[in-house]
Design a protein. Structure first.
Length: 396
């Protein structure tokens, strides 16, 4: 059973006491996210429909008495990883670009330092209920919680967009992941019982209500993460940029189906397929937002299935395990209380999400677990996530 927010805070504070024999001065929290629809559109200046989820990264922290040559020093312990890191932002270690949890921590504080924000020396403990490597943005939750801590400790005001963009920069420069801004915005600005209709070009959004009494969002982990993920992600970005050059548009947000049919189909089928996914996915985002607002769960589910097929065939970022889970969803069907499903996240493993009848959640979870084990031998444990509040300060 997932730990509640109060439990996470208690674990973090207890762990802080065990390590430092002191009480934390600051406690902050930031959530993971799922993306209902709008995959690989964010870095194409498109639209997405994410929601923050009730799985959080919590940091308990206080002043660090260790100072090296008058330079602020930071020390953080990850309860999840059972590992610690110590560093200064002025003298980051040479291997900072390694894609490890410490790179996200050090990267955010280094970016803030470069922006003129002086964070006082801190030591802290990080605990999290956001699964790592499942496509639920554990990295964004970590980045945003670190940023929230630093800004709180330094008494520096900042907008949600500034926080998200600083965290995005850290992920680009220090974790080596050329991500869009969707994950960070959602972690900062999530609204309980709502998803965000996010314009990734203007970094503006409107909230779309989700009636959690009628409908539930189910997450099913494939328990798989293929090594292709990082290299293929960067390749898809380059392919999209190349498609823009051929189409002579600033981003694929500005392209139309007619344009790509006319200019890409006969020149490069791969670029044609990539561009077609982005253009059709943007349209699906707006349609899905409308259907969710109207509580038209069946149509929203149909669009989720269409999104998965596009990600599988045109964008080629799915994998057999994700496809199997979507096929299980289809076998349960509307008569079984399941309206639609799709992969979520970057792809090549991770999770699918399904739009289901809240009343039938338990039996649907059991069916997924049983059928996936029969097909793969793997015991997945589906779980419900609810639209949650974005990052906040628990104690300061």
């Amino acid at each position: 059973m997932v730990a509640s927010m109060n439990k996470l805070v208690s674990i973090a504070c207890d762990c802080f006491w065990e390590r430092y024999q002191d009480r934390p001065e600051f406690v902050v929290a930031a959530p993971g996210r799922v993306n209902l629809i709008g995959e690989h559109t964010d870095y194409n200046n498109g639209w997405a429909l994410p929601m923050a989820i009730d799985r959080y990264t919590v940091i308990a922290a206080g002043a660090n008495p260790s100072v090296v040559d008058g330079v602020s020093e930071f020390e953080f312990f990850s309860e999840q990883m059972q590992a610690s890191t110590s560093f200064t932002t002025q003298h980051p270690p040479p291997n900072l670009t390694a894609a490890a949890w410490s790179a996200y921590v050090q990267g955010v504080l280094t970016v803030l330092d470069g922006a003129g924000i002086t964070t006082p020396p801190l030591r802290g403990v990080i605990v999290s209920s956001v699964p790592s490597g499942a496509g639920l943005s554990s990295s964004a939750a970590l980045e945003v919680s670190i940023a929230k801590l630093a800004l709180t400790a330094s008494k520096t005001p900042a907008t949600d967009v500034q926080i998200a963009q600083w965290c995005q920069t850290a992920e680009h420069q220090y974790a080596g992941v050329p991500c869009g801004v969707m994950d960070q915005i959602c972690s900062v600005s999530g609204v309980a019982d709502h998803c965000l209709l996010l314009d990734c070009k203007t970094v503006t959004w409107q909230t779309i209500p989700i009636d959690s009494e009628q409908v539930a969002i189910l997450v099913v982990d494939s328990l798989t993460k293929h090594s292709l993920a990082a290299t293929e992600y960067a390749l898809r970005r380059r392919e999209c940029q190349r498609a823009c050059e051929v189409l002579q548009v600033e981003s694929l947000r500005d392209a139309t189906l007619e344009q790509i049919e006319k200019n890409l189909r006969t020149i490069n089928l791969r670029l044609f397929a990539r561009a077609r996914h982005v253009v059709t996915e943007n349209a699906r985002v707006h349609e899905t937002a409308r259907h969710l607002s109207e509580k038209n769960w069946g149509e929203a589910g149909r669009l989720m299935y269409a999104s998965h097929q596009s990600l599988c065939n045109d964008y080629e970022v799915s994998c057999r395990e994700l496809d199997q889970l979507v096929e299980i969803a289809q076998s349960i069907g509307v008569s079984g209380g399941l309206w639609g499903a799709r992969m979520t996240g970057g792809g090549f493993g991770g999770c699918i999400i399904a739009l289901i009848d809240a009343i039938r959640a338990k039996e649907i979870c059991e069916q997924f677990a049983s059928k996936y084990k029969n097909q793969t031998g793997r015991q997945t444990e589906p779980f419900i996530v609810r639209p949650a509040q974005g990052a906040f300060v628990v104690r300061s």
